[in-house]
Design a protein around this ligand. Structure first.
Ligand SMILES: [Zn+2]
Length: 147
């Protein structure tokens, strides 16, 4: 039977957009293999790369409990998928694409709301700290002027 549409297997849908990236698993000649992971995009750059992070649990035998550990990997972000910071994505292992990349984003699963909220809180805290510092500076200059 002739296949009419190209798929990359494993039940992964084709993205709506098209691209001309050679390292794209959908439109280039990259094949996915091995394990897959789900994580959040924490940074992204113009060279079709992104950093994905996820939390895993590691069992500590001595305490019979789990500890939280974070995995952070550099991944290829094909132009047709173009995942944004804060997106939850599915990534697959593939051949080495560069010195640090051997994984590729195959699907955007949605937005990581927790991550975005965390970022917003951090931003607010930073701004508050900045304001306080400015206030302090003003006070000090005032005191210096009075002397
Ligand atoms: Zn593509």
């Amino acid at each position: 039977m002739k296949q009419t549409t190209k798929t990359i297997g494993r039940g992964i849908e084709m993205p709506k957009n098209e691209c001309k990236d050679k390292k794209c698993p959908f439109h280039g000649n990259l094949k996915i293999r091995g394990r897959n992971f789900e994580g959040t995009v924490i940074s992204k750059d113009v060279h079709n790369s992104a950093t994905v992070e996820w939390v895993r649990r590691r069992f500590i035998r001595k305490y019979e409990r789990y500890e939280k550990r974070r995995s952070r990997v550099r991944v290829h972000n094909p132009p047709c998928i173009n995942a944004q910071i804060g997106d939850t994505v599915q990534i697959y292992e593939c051949r080495p694409l560069s010195k640090t990349k051997n994984k590729v984003i195959v699907k955007v699963l949605g937005e990581d709301i927790q991550y975005k909220q965390k970022q917003e809180i951090m931003k607010e805290e930073q701004e508050a700290a900045e304001k306080q510092r400015m206030k302090k500076d003003k006070k000090e200059t005032k005191e210096a002027a009075e002397e």
